[in-house]
Design a protein around this ligand. Structure first.
Ligand code: SAM
Length: 392
């Protein structure tokens, strides 16, 4: 026992250490034997992806990145699938553009039955998105095990920066959203703007509303967009930037958007282990941290209310915590059903796991959604994402 007045002399425990203790306690139970390997990856340097700016000198940048031996993992993953599907091989660089731009309806690809009575080829439906990268998004990474780093991006002759460095796993929720030409899109927690920028790279949003409650972070978002998107593209008819409480948007703008991204505040696991500054495991932020699941449910409910019936919402976090991931999605689906008579369906994103397994390590046992696990040979994430479609 120590006397209270001496407590000040007890060594202060740092926020990063608090975070590690918390994760050890919770994640060793959640992940069992896998935890030590995730833990060591989280404590090691993460890998970046270079999101190519389609508004800069794209071809030149891509050549430079390829010269470094980096690869566009999205293009490579789609090519891998194409090559494994009969009658759909598109493997030359020449065909790359037409393949990417192809926005074909669902394709029927004949596959042989491996067992059973019938010998005739069986028709199986493949989603065209599996075969072709229709998103226009290009993100370069170094191969598994290659820990090279990208240099900071430089402006091109027009003054636009050529690529944006981000966790490559952050592109996945944007890809999962599946923006289509003409979509009105809401990014409800947008700052500092990595995913907003990826959404704009699709060049398919007829309208993009980027919102973040924090005025200072919204300013950062504006600066990012200013450095990557030409002025004439940023007019108020096509892009709206606001600093509202995202929890209110569902009520004020109900049934308005085709696609909504809900990238909520969370325990930002990797950041919390590395940075003392602005750390959510600071003693004074305990209450705020404990309230995260509630805030996350409210933001997701708001996102679901703001999407049109038939539209889709992607919920994501950069935390490994089941309480902030699956539990939030399940709770939000209950709340919209009971409080607003809105029904949602959870989309199976299993094909993503298959498609991008060369780049990321996925957890295969999420109840709902997909989780990218940090790993020393592919040190991206954590990134949880789950897609919900609004039925009515
Ligand atoms: N999507 C961003 C990106 O890719 O760069 C990262 C978003 S970050 C994970 C979460 C953001 O949610 C923070 O910028 C925070 O300011 C914002 N936020 C927190 N509470 C909010 C609320 N009630 N409404 C809107 N935004 C909120």
């Amino acid at each position: 026992k120590y006397k209270k007045k001496w407590a000040a002399t007890i060594p202060k425990i740092s926020c990063t250490k608090m975070a590690l203790q918390n994760f050890d306690m919770n994640y060793s139970v959640q992940f069992g034997e896998q935890w030590p390997s995730i833990r060591i990856a989280l404590l090691s340097e993460m890998k970046y992806g270079a999101l190519v700016n389609n508004f800069a000198e794209t071809e030149k940048v891509m050549q430079e990145l390829e010269h470094l031996n980096a690869k566009d993992f999205i293009f490579e993953s789609h090519r891998k699938i194409q090559n494994s599907v009969p009658d759909a091989s598109v493997d030359s660089q020449e065909e790359r553009k037409s393949a990417e731009l192809l926005d074909a309806p669902r394709r029927h690809v004949p596959v042989e039955r491996s067992s059973g009575g019938e010998t005739a080829a069986q028709e199986q439906t493949f989603d065209s998105n599996l075969l072709y990268n229709t998103s226009n998004i290009k993100c370069y990474t170094f191969a598994k095990g290659d820990i090279s780093r990208f240099a900071p991006a430089r402006p091109d002759i027009t003054g636009m920066l050529s690529y944006y460095l981000m966790d490559a796993a952050s592109v996945m929720p944007v890809l999962a959203l599946g923006v289509r030409p003409g979509d009105a899109v809401l990014d409800i927690c947008a700052a500092p703007g990595g995913k907003t920028l990826a959404l704009l790279q699709t060049q398919m949003c007829c309208y993009l509303a980027a919102n973040d409650i924090s005025a200072s972070r919204t300013l950062r978002l504006q600066r990012v967009l200013h450095s990557y998107i030409p002025e004439n593209f940023c007019n108020s008819d096509s892009i709206r930037i606001t600093s509202w409480d995202g929890r209110r948007i569902g009520e004020v703008e109900s049934n308005r958007f085709d696609k909504v991204l809900v990238d909520v505040p969370c325990t930002t696991d990797r950041h919390s282990l590395m940075e003392e500054d602005n750390n959510i495991f600071h003693k004074l932020r305990t209450k705020e941290r404990q309230m995260f699941p509630l805030l996350q449910v409210e933001l997701l409910v708001s996102g679901i209310r703001s999407v049109k019936p038939g539209g889709s919402v992607v919920y994501c976090t950069c935390s490994l915590s089941q309480l902030q991931n699956e539990c939030v999605v399940e709770r939000a689906a209950e709340v919209v059903a009971t409080d607003h008579d809105i029904h949602v369906e959870l989309e199976d994103l299993g094909h993503f796991r298959e498609l991008y397994s060369n780049t990321f390590r996925f957890q295969s046992t999420c109840r709902v959604g997909e989780l990218i696990l940090p790993h020393l040979t592919a040190n991206f994430g954590p990134m949880y994402f789950c897609k919900l479609s609004r039925v009515n």
